[in-house]
Write a protein that binds this ligand. Structure first.
Ligand code: SAM
Length: 277
């Protein structure tokens, strides 16, 4: 093992999000070496282990038994057993169980070691065509009306790229909600079935996505471009040339810049256009 200690080590092991080849050599070694694997769904993980020809005792660790199972895992770690924690797909703790036992280990001074690998949001983001420099991840939007409204307000105002997870049967409703809050120039990408046979990236604005996502199936990540809106008073203090440069720096094309300046200053776009001929 990587470290010899009286207490065991909790390895947080990322597994594939579809394509079974997406597992690291280190993850395979750790799964082979640990005493026990704690899995979100033992039947699901068994398929992966069979594929990797690994035979290990499994214990279930899911949302509804996190409290009880965390204590069982902690006892075993205290006895010196090494445990790998896996979820059904991707990185444990990211919209998946894991946090509870990880935090208990940290409190008790038990080592927690990440074994990196697939994560749907990161792979969706990197091929989205949307800015990757700064982003926030909201997980699944809440079904509670008030919380959802707060999240939508946050997305509306966010200057950063926003990433959300969505289930296919809720996609239509979510896209409609997004249409209410997004300026039509904000880019949105649907990343569907990433790493799987039907992998697909649909890139466009919110209207395009609504038109092109009818009956969409499979696992979905939505990536939403950050807002380019600057407070009106900030922009209107700029000269028209500075205002133009502000949008030029964001990589916008001339016709889009003119439209935006006209909107910010509440004037007809032809007036602005004439200034830049
Ligand atoms: N722990 C996982 C991770 O690291 O990404 C996420 C688990 S969460 C319960 C499941 C959600 O992740 C799905 O509803 C979907 O939004 C997203 N997801 C997982 N796999 C995906 C894939 N292959 N393509 C697109 N989205 C995926």
């Amino acid at each position: 093992m990587e470290k010899i200690d009286r207490k065991g080590i909790l390895y947080v092991v990322a597994t594939p999000i579809g394509n079974l080849e997406d597992i690291t050599l280190r993850a395979i070694r750790i799964l082979n070496e640990v005493d026990l694997i704690a899995a979100e769904d033992t039947r699901h993980t068994l398929k992966l282990l069979n594929h990797l020809e690994i035979s290990k005792p499994l214990i279930s660790y899911h949302r509804h038994n996190e409290d009880v199972k965390s204590e069982i895992l902690i006892d075993k770690l205290q006895e010196g057993k090494n445990i790998a924690l896996v979820s059904d797909a991707g990185t444990p703790g990211i919209c998946d169980p894991g946090e509870e036992v990880i935090n208990r280990c940290i409190d008790l001074g038990i080592d927690v070691i990440p074994i990196p690998g697939a994560c749907a949001m990161i792979n969706a983001l990197i091929c989205s065509g949307i800015d990757t420099k700064e982003f926030s991840f909201l997980g699944f939007l809440s079904l509670n009306k008030k919380l959802r409204k707060n999240q939508l307000d946050e997305i509306k105002k966010s200057k950063r790229t926003v990433i959300i997870y969505e289930a296919p049967h809720k996609l239509e409703a979510t896209l409609k909600d997004l249409k209410q809050i997004l300026d039509s120039d904000r880019k949105v990408t649907i990343a569907r079935e990433v790493t799987k046979i039907h992998e697909e990236f649909v890139r466009g604005d919110i209207d395009y996505l609504i038109q092109n996502s009818d009956g969409m199936k499979g696992e979905i990540v939505l990536i939403i471009e950050g807002s380019n809106n600057v407070e009106e008073n900030e922009l209107n203090n700029l000269s028209i040339e500075e205002h133009y440069k502000f949008y030029e720096r964001q990589g916008l094309e001339k016709k889009d810049i003119i439209k935006k300046i006209a909107k910010d200053r509440n004037v007809n776009k032809n007036e602005i256009y004439k200034m830049f001929i």
